[in-house]
Each structure stands twice: as structure tokens, then as C-alpha cells.
Design a protein around this ligand. Structure first.
Ligand code: GLV
Ligand code: MG
Length: 353
């Protein structure tokens, strides 16, 4: 049993105190870059202002012979490039790998004051978070870091899925969780070679028409990630942390990507990964609430200033619960408007309403 008073104590002498609340900053896309590529490092000043979060990837997709160069490139970015209000994250190598100890010690030692979040892959249970939590505290203390580096888990094993609530609540450092559909599919033995998104074989089929039994039967593709995303969203919302969709691997299928991102947004995710510049614009569009919905939500709040009672607005019933739904939309719109003047203008109520 852990003494509840200890939960918010630093895990090492001179480490910064844990945060009570996870800050919610614009987080529509976590843009993955490989900084072992010097051209990518050179592009950071141009890319950073176009995204909410920039992530230096050290794990999968970085080949073994480039692991150290990717880490060194990230350190160069953290040391030398002003990120403005864009967050800087990293995805470290997995906890059983030979690189992770150097990832954490070098990154916190060299650029710990610039790193907002460390993404930990293949998290199986709270024990993985506890390990990273204590180690980060020791490294922060050694490096004299004054604000805690937060931790983000990727949900990408069947065991991690079964423990998702305990992972979400394992430490006050937990900032959020992303879906890792490729590793998760493999771990579950799902039969797909795709990274995220649907599959033409995963579908429903209508019953035969008794009047016309030979007629083609309507059939619809279903979303194989629905349960996983919904459960991840509940685990995160219950713990006061932020859920994200993950990678969408078919870079050319912009429509499929947009549809999958939107399903995640509607279910409660705050953002997604972007693996290619084309996905940045999609994430921005999808994870910024729709202007018409924001305008309607503003109307509800203006009409029910105390958030109580039952009201009819544009023929739709509104009460305490719909007022709260409207608050979710308007608070998100307000937060994003502070970053993006174009969105601020789009969310202004129409003059005639
Ligand atoms: C991401 O890391 C994935 O496995 O999908
Ligand atoms: Mg993975």
C-alpha cells in the first residue's frame, strides 16, 4: 500500500515536485521526425511553427546503426533551436533495449530543461512507468531541472491494454497515452498488415431481403480500433490525462486518414501522430472543433449563463448536461484560438445570430 501523501512527493532529493494537474496545451499533432537525418534537423525552424508538438523519434523506424545519431540530432535541436510555443518530445527506445538507459541519461542531462514529454513505447503495466518515474527523478535532480518532465505511454501490447487504467494512474508524471496500432495488432494476433485504420475484411453484412433473397446485401466496413480507442479515452479521462490516436501508415490515403482521425477526435482524443507533412494539415483540421459546432455551443452557453434548467435552442433540448458538452467544445476552441488567429476568427459568432 502506498501512502497517498507520497504520491505528489518528488521521487529523488532535489527533483522537482510532481504537477497536480496535467497542462492542456494545443496538442493536435505529435509530428514524428528522425533527427539522425541532418536535413531534418536543419528544417526544424520551419516545421516547428506549423505543429503543436515536435517529437524526436529514437525507437522503431530508426535503424540500429542510426540510433545514436538520432539521439545526438535531438540533443542538437534541444540545445540550438528555439521552438517557440511548440512542445519538444521524444520517443525513447523500449525499456528492454540496449539504448534506453543512454537515451534517458543523455537527453535529461543535456536538454532536460527543453524536453516536455518522454514517450515510452510498449508499456505493459504500471511497473514500467514506476521505473521511468524514479529514474527521471534521479536524472532531473542531477541535472538541476526545475519542472518535471512528463511521461506518455504507447498502448501497444495486449497486456498494456489489459492494464490501461493502472498505467494511466501509475504516476503524477503521466501526461497521456497514444494508441500504437501496429505493435498492438501484432501483440493481439490481429490479422492485418496495415498501420491503423480500417480493413476491408472487418465489416457487417445485412440479412438477406426475404422478398429478394438473391439481391446484393448491404455491407459496411467497421472500425477495428473502436473498442481500443474508447477504452483508452475512458482510462485517460478518468485519470485526468490526455488520449491520442497514433500513426496512420498509408500516407497516400488522405481520406482514410482523415476519417480515422475524426473518429478518434469524436470519441475524445485530443490529437494524433503525424508521420508526413500531409498529415499535419489533416490533424489540424480534424482536431480543431468544427466552427459551426463551436458557434452553436457558444449560443447554448450564452442562452443558459448559469448552466441550469431546460431550454429549447434551435429546436434542440438543452439542459445541464448539454451545457457541459458545449463547455468542452468552447474551452477547446478558446485554447486553440489563443494560438491560431485564423481559428479565432472562424469561431466568432455570426453577426446576425
Ligand atoms: C506505433 O508505435 C505502433 O506500433 O503502431
Ligand atoms: Mg510501435
Amino acid at each position: 500500500m502506498r501512502n497517498p501523501r507520497d504520491f505528489f512527493k518528488a521521487l529523488a532529493i532535489d527533483a522537482p515536485e510532481p504537477l497536480r494537474e496535467i497542462p492542456f496545451r494545443p496538442s493536435r499533432m505529435i509530428h514524428f521526425l528522425d533527427f539522425s537525418n541532418e536535413k531534418m534537423v536543419a528544417k526544424v525552424p520551419d516545421i516547428a511553427p506549423t505543429v503543436d508538438i515536435l517529437l524526436g523519434n529514437l525507437e522503431d523506424a530508426i535503424s540500429v546503426d542510426r540510433k545514436e545519431a538520432a539521439r545526438a540530432g535531438l540533443i542538437k535541436v534541444g540545445r540550438g533551436i528555439d521552438m517557440g510555443d511548440t512542445q519538444l518530445w521524444t520517443r525513447i527506445n523500449s525499456l528492454e533495449s540496449p539504448w534506453v538507459l543512454d537515451d534517458l541519461t543523455q537527453l535529461v542531462g543535456e536538454i532536460g530543461h527543453k524536453l516536455d514529454v518522454v514517450m515510452v513505447p510498449k508499456v505493459e503495466g504500471p511497473w514500467d512507468i514506476h521505473y521511468v518515474d524514479r529514474l527521471l527523478a534521479q536524472l532531473e535532480a542531477k541535472a538541476g531541472i526545475t519542472r518535471p518532465i512528463l511521461v506518455h505511454a504507447i498502448l501497444e501490447t495486449a497486456q498494456g491494454m489489459a492494464n490501461v487504467e493502472e498505467i494511466a494512474t501509475a504516476s503524477p508524471r503521466m501526461q497521456g497515452i497514444s494508441l500504437g496500432p501496429a505493435d498492438l495488432a501484432a501483440s493481439r494476433r490481429m490479422k492485418t498488415t496495415r498501420v491503423g485504420g480500417g480493413h476491408p475484411g472487418y465489416r457487417t453484412l445485412a440479412d438477406p431481403d426475404p422478398q429478394n433473397p438473391d439481391a446484393p446485401r448491404p455491407s459496411y466496413q467497421q472500425d477495428p480500433w473502436h473498442y481500443t480507442i474508447a477504452r483508452m479515452v475512458d482510462a485517460c479521462a478518468g485519470a485526468g490525462i490526455l488520449p491520442f490516436y497514433g500513426p496512420y501508415g498509408d500516407i497516400r490515403d488522405l481520406e482514410g486518414c482523415e476519417t480515422q482521425f475524426r473518429a478518434a477526435f469524436l470519441l475524445g482524443c485530443v490529437g494524433t501522430w503525424s508521420l508526413h507533412p500531409a498529415q499535419i494539415a489533416i490533424a489540424k483540421k480534424v482536431f480543431s472543433p468544427d466552427p459551426d459546432e463551436v458557434k452553436f455551443a457558444k449560443k447554448v452557453i450564452a442562452a443558459i449563463p448559469d448552466g441550469r434548467g431546460v431550454h429549447m435552442i434551435d429546436g434542440k433540448m438543452q439542459d445541464d448536461a448539454t451545457w457541459k458538452q458545449s463547455k468542452v467544445m468552447v474551452d477547446l476552441a478558446d485554447m486553440l484560438s489563443r494560438k491560431d488567429p485564423e481559428l479565432a476568427a472562424a469561431y466568432e459568432p455570426d453577426p446576425e445570430t
